[in-house]
Design a binder for this molecule. Structure first.
Ligand SMILES: NC(=O)c1ccc[n+]([C@@H]2O[C@H](COP(=O)([O-])OP(=O)(O)OC[C@H]3O[C@@H](n4cnc5c(N)ncnc54)[C@H](OP(=O)(O)O)[C@@H]3O)[C@@H](O)[C@H]2O)c1
Length: 232
């Protein structure tokens, strides 16, 4: 499989890229800064995804080298944990630029390559958060940007079905990464306590559902966002 994962320098994206590589896939990754992943089947693009032209150049390179894609994982994201009264408009727009508009742009470019997938079940997977169904206070801008991504997932699944491309999401609970390192321990504990499975999510908990949603094993699943940890 040829998979493009965004935001592979750290955190969830790095773990997913390494998992795909271990499995024998070819992985194209990106981030603004250089990656530490060294593997013959890995290609890294140092780009800012909020710059549509830079994102397009990455997809052009994929087309030149491979001619198609089998999976796109829209993982790169940023957050702002703040009362909305303390969140300036500029900050809010920057969150939407990466979490929503960059995802929309990547999907547009990827769709041209995913429809050429010989696997017969090409997939887009968008990374979301439990902050959407739980409407967590202090995360208005972040969860609103991910709500937009979940709506994108639903609508795009219909618009891309005709091209044989499925579009799903995965809603993550807190995971220990750069993104969550500034969260107060009591904030993290309160969210974990709310989960049906009352422990912190590990990278190993994520790879199984990602495998399922990015391969033919979920060939009859589209337009869904799967939440981990139990959110009901
Ligand atoms: N960690 C959690 O608890 C948690 C919970 C729910 C959902 N999520 C979601 O999971 C995803 C991954 O989060 P994470 O915790 O793994 O975050 P992370 O460790 O901060 O990683 C984010 C990655 O995205 C890259 N990136 C950031 N801005 C970029 C840009 N403008 N252009 C290109 N690449 C960019 C970063 O590399 P550079 O800095 O080099 O660009 C990095 O590789 C996000 O969508 C997040 O919302 C995370």
């Amino acid at each position: 499989m040829i998979a493009l994962v965004t935001g592979t320098r750290t955190g969830v994206g790095k773990a997913l890229a390494e998992h795909f590589l271990d499995r024998g896939d070819t992985v194209i990754g990106c981030s603004r800064r250089p990656s530490g992943i060294r593997h013959p089947a890995y290609r890294h693009h140092e780009i800012d995804l909020t710059d549509a032209a830079q994102a397009r150049s990455m997809f052009r390179a994929v087309r030149r080298e491979f001619g198609h894609l089998d999976a796109l994982v829209n993982n790169a994201g940023t957050s702002v944990m703040n009362h909305f009264m303390m969140t300036p408009e500029k900050t809010a727009r920057a969150v939407f630029d990466l979490n929503f508009f960059a995802v929309l742009n990547c999907c547009r470019e990827a769709a041209k390559l995913l429809q050429k997938s010989p696997e017969g079940s090409a997939a887009i997977l968008n990374v979301s958060t439990v902050a959407v169904p739980w409407a967590l206070d202090g995360q208005l801008v972040y969860s609103a940007s991910k709500s937009a991504v979940e709506q994108l997932t639903r609508v795009m699944s219909k618009e891309l079905a005709v091209f044989g491309i499925r579009v799903n999401g995965i809603g993550l609970p807190p995971v220990r990464t750069v993104l969550t390192r500034t969260l107060a321990p009591e904030t993290l504990d309160a969210v974990v306590e709310r989960q049906t499975i009352g422990r912190l999510c590990e990278m190993d908990d994520i790879v199984g559902p990602v495998d399922f949603l990015t391969t033919g094993r979920s060939a009859f699943v589209t337009g869904e966002t799967l939440y981990l940890g139990g959110v009901q």
